[in-house]
Structure formats: C-alpha cells, structure tokens
Design a protein around this ligand. Structure first.
Ligand SMILES: [Ca+2]
Length: 182
C-alpha cells in the first residue's frame, strides 16, 4: 500500500487525511489500514465515512481487542460513552495504542480506562477491579488482593488521600514506562 488510497481521493477527503496525519501518531499507511478495518464492520447510514459507526458488539470482533480484559472500558472511553464509535474515535484509539504514541498520552487514556466509575481518580475499588481483570485466571484470594492494593497505594498515592490522581498515576507510569510500553 503506497501513499494513496481510493477512499482519500476527493479534495474533501484529502483534507481529512491531512488532519488525521497531523492529529494522530499514525503513519499514513496505518491510517489506510484503520480505514479498511473500520470499513469492513461499520454501519453506513450515509456515504460519508465520518458518519459511519460501530457498536460494542462489532467492536468485539476486532482481533486486536477480542481477548483484552478491558475491552468494554476501552470501547466506553474511546467512543465517549454514547455506544457508537465513529471513524475518528476509532482512529484516535488506534493512535493511542500505536508504538509511536508517547507514554504520557498512553497513561492519560490508561487512567480513564481503569477509572471504572468515571470519577477522575482511582480508588481502592478501581484498583481491585483492575487486579481482578488482569488476574482472572489466577483466582487470587481477597486477602492477597488487598495486600496488592495496599502495596500499590503505598507507592502511588503520594499525598495519602486514598485516591490515585492522574498526576500520581503519571508519575508511576513514567517510572515504569519501559514495562508500560510492552
Ligand atoms: Ca492521592
């Protein structure tokens, strides 16, 4: 695939493509790949691809996210919670998950994904849910889970208010950014 794509030939869509190149961390061929993946599953009420959407059921069919324990949270965060993911939402999501996206941007979205109650901070319940999702096969005891939660708060909750703020989360994300990027 070169630097051209049949979907981006009109002046209007060329301008769109230029915007996507500017506002995402995706390379041009990655934007084309996203378009093709999205085009395959999207509902198309009108011809303009800006109007196409995918719902959560369709989103579950993407190989990349099928086994992700945070799939429902990812869909909610990137579709802005209205149940329909537009192409621009999708592109933004793929951009955040791409290798070129910087750690602080990834951390900002990871924070929102782990903020299960959309409360703008992570509390012990959020961290508990996070641990449950990533360790579902290990079947940890409540006691062991609480020990991990305590350890996480000891390290991350710098001001000791029993909540992890975005700033505190960023601090941890940067500290462990090498692991975080994997
Ligand atoms: Ca705190």
């Amino acid at each position: 695939m070169g630097s051209n794509h049949s979907a981006f030939q009109s002046e209007e869509n060329k301008a769109k493509l230029a915007e996507y190149q500017k506002f995402t961390y995706l390379k041009t061929y990655e934007i084309f790949k996203c378009y093709e993946a999205f085009e395959k599953v999207a509902k198309k009420p009108r011809g303009k691809f800006e109007d196409w959407t995918i719902d959560e059921e369709k989103f579950r069919e993407f190989d990349q996210f099928k086994n992700n324990p945070f799939l429902d949270r990812i869909f909610e965060v990137f579709s802005n919670g209205d149940g329909a993911m537009s192409f621009e939402h999708y592109l933004n999501m793929m951009s955040v998950f791409s290798d070129s996206c910087p750690t602080d941007v990834k951390a900002k979205y990871a924070f929102r994904i782990y903020d299960f109650k959309n409360s703008h901070h992570l509390d012990q319940e959020d961290i508990g849910s996070l641990i449950e999702k990533i360790t579902v096969k290990q079947n940890f005891s409540e006691d062991f889970k609480n020990i991990i939660i305590k350890k996480i708060f000891e390290e991350a909750d710098i001001d000791g208010n029993d909540q992890i703020s975005l700033e505190e989360f960023n601090h941890i994300a940067n500290k462990y950014s090498n692991d975080f990027q994997k």
